[in-house]
Design a protein around this ligand. Sequence first.
Ligand SMILES: Nc1nc2c(ncn2[C@@H]2O[C@H](COP(=O)(O)OP(=O)(O)OP(=O)(O)O)[C@@H](O)[C@H]2O)c(=O)[nH]1
Ligand SMILES: [Mg+2]
Length: 198
Amino acid sequence: MKVIQLAGFLGSGKTTAIIAISRRIASDGKKVAIIVNEIGDVPVDAKIVSEYGLNVRDIGGGCICCELLVSLAYTLEELAKSHSPDYVFIEPSGVSIPSSIKNGIGFVKSFDIECGPVIVLFDGERGQEQLMDEDLGKFIKRQLAGGDIVAINKIDILQEELVRSIEVLIKTINQNARIIRISAKKGTGLDELVGLIA
Ligand SMILES: Nc1nc2c(ncn2[C@@H]2O[C@H](COP(=O)(O)OP(=O)(O)OP(=O)(O)O)[C@@H](O)[C@H]2O)c(=O)[nH]1
Ligand SMILES: [Mg+2]
């Protein structure tokens, strides 16, 4: 069971990307499960995701990178026992810290679990403006720094020049990440992304 975290700030396209990637992997005959973390009361995203016939667990009422880290470990164990999926995608809330969740996955030791790469989505439409805000910018940088793969999303609505400047910017924040371009909505770049995680 390979566990892949797909992080990114609010509205960066996590749910759209997870559905698109999961459907690709599932169509190859692999079993996929998804864990969604919603801070608010209503697990809207979990409902959306389960409509696609994917196995979904929703952890609500708090953040899985802090107070609900144990719930995450428990949910992973439960999923492994009940469904033994090949892949589990985690959509943390938009305000979570990827490295903390990675540590939480490390707590799960009772079965065969492989920690896959951490993917951080960068919102190509709003991310540059968000980075310019002092506090928000610091937070988004911290998220980006935690990614093994940084995927610049929404390239379907971006000019080439802008995408290039975003790539340069991300390299200054995270020298080690593999930076790719995707459109979760149109499917561009998703084969490459699946190739990097599968
Ligand atoms: N143009 C464009 N819009 C996108 C793309 N991916 C996502 N969106 C849009 O961005 C908005 C947010 O997408 P979501 O997938 O809900 O983003 P999210 O990161 O899950 O959002 P939260 O869970 O609320 O943090 C929606 O209106 C999507 O349709 C993309 O590749 N291109
Ligand atoms: Mg979402």
